[in-house]
Design a binder for this molecule. Structure first.
Ligand SMILES: C[S@@+](CC[C@H](N)C(=O)[O-])C[C@H]1O[C@@H](n2cnc3c(N)ncnc32)[C@H](O)[C@@H]1O
Length: 216
């Protein structure tokens, strides 16, 4: 099940039902695109009314603005190492992503994992690798949970949710990126799910097992 909204999240969020998790990758305010001029903050207080746990994906150097945003709600950081790619950081090359967990604790587990970048990336300025999103969502949520991404971009969170048997609500401002997300999520919904509520292991179907060989 998924519901997608094309518009400004501040206008849409108040009309949404309660969800289990907000998992999102907001603009970092690093001028990577025209929507990336400043780090948005108002959405956080609105999302706190909707979800007990909010997970914000950020670059390591952007922890300085993300942790103050969540303030007293801060729980922990989940670190993920990119095994085959690099981004830039103030100290040189960066090869890990941070996810700030705020609100209620997620299920217990190791706060570190590794991911790879593979396959065709969507034509968006800052898409998250699907392997990263799958592992983060599998680690923090349960099959059947409702996950909201108010900065959906090309829809990677939604694709991972659908593949893993989670329900998804996404919001994206840009019509162009919304249409990209809609196509990707609809396609994912046509594939068999990796998880069922009673089976947390990989379904073992050949094409999927091959596609998710790095899945844990
Ligand atoms: C960092 S990108 C998310 C990328 C996404 N994780 C992916 O894998 O494609 C942030 C997205 O937030 C969108 N955005 C910025 N302000 C927004 C707002 N007020 N409401 C909804 N979407 C917004 C931008 O258009 C952009 O696509």
């Amino acid at each position: 099940m998924f519901t997608l909204h094309n518009g400004n999240n501040l206008e849409i969020l108040p009309s949404l039902p309660k969800v289990d998790f907000v998992i999102t990758d907001p603009p970092y305010g690093i001028n990577k695109a025209e929507w990336d001029g400043e780090f948005p903050t108002a959405w956080y207080q609105v999302c706190k009314q909707l979800a007990k746990t909010i997970i914000i994906i950020t670059g390591s150097s952007q922890l300085k603005i993300t942790i103050p945003l969540v303030g007293e709600d801060f729980v922990d950081v989940i670190a993920a190492r990119n095994l085959n790619g690099m981004t830039f950081s103030p100290l040189g090359f960066g090869n890990w992503l941070a996810a700030v967990v705020a609100g209620e604790k997620t299920k217990q587990g190791v706060t570190f994992f590794e991911f790879v970048v593979k396959g065709e990336m969507p034509n968006h300025p800052s898409p998250k690798p699907i392997d990263y999103m799958r592992k983060l969502i599998a680690r923090c949520t349960e099959p059947g949970d409702i996950i909201l991404d108010p900065f959906m971009g090309s829809g990677t969170t939604g694709v991972a949710c659908i593949e893993l048997g989670r329900r998804f609500i996404g919001i994206e401002l840009s019509a162009e990126y919304f249409s990209m997300a809609e196509s990707r999520i609809k396609l994912a919904a046509l594939q068999p799910s990796l998880y069922t509520p009673s089976n947390k292991a990989c379904s073992g179907q050949e094409p999927l097992a091959e596609r998710f060989s790095n899945f844990d």
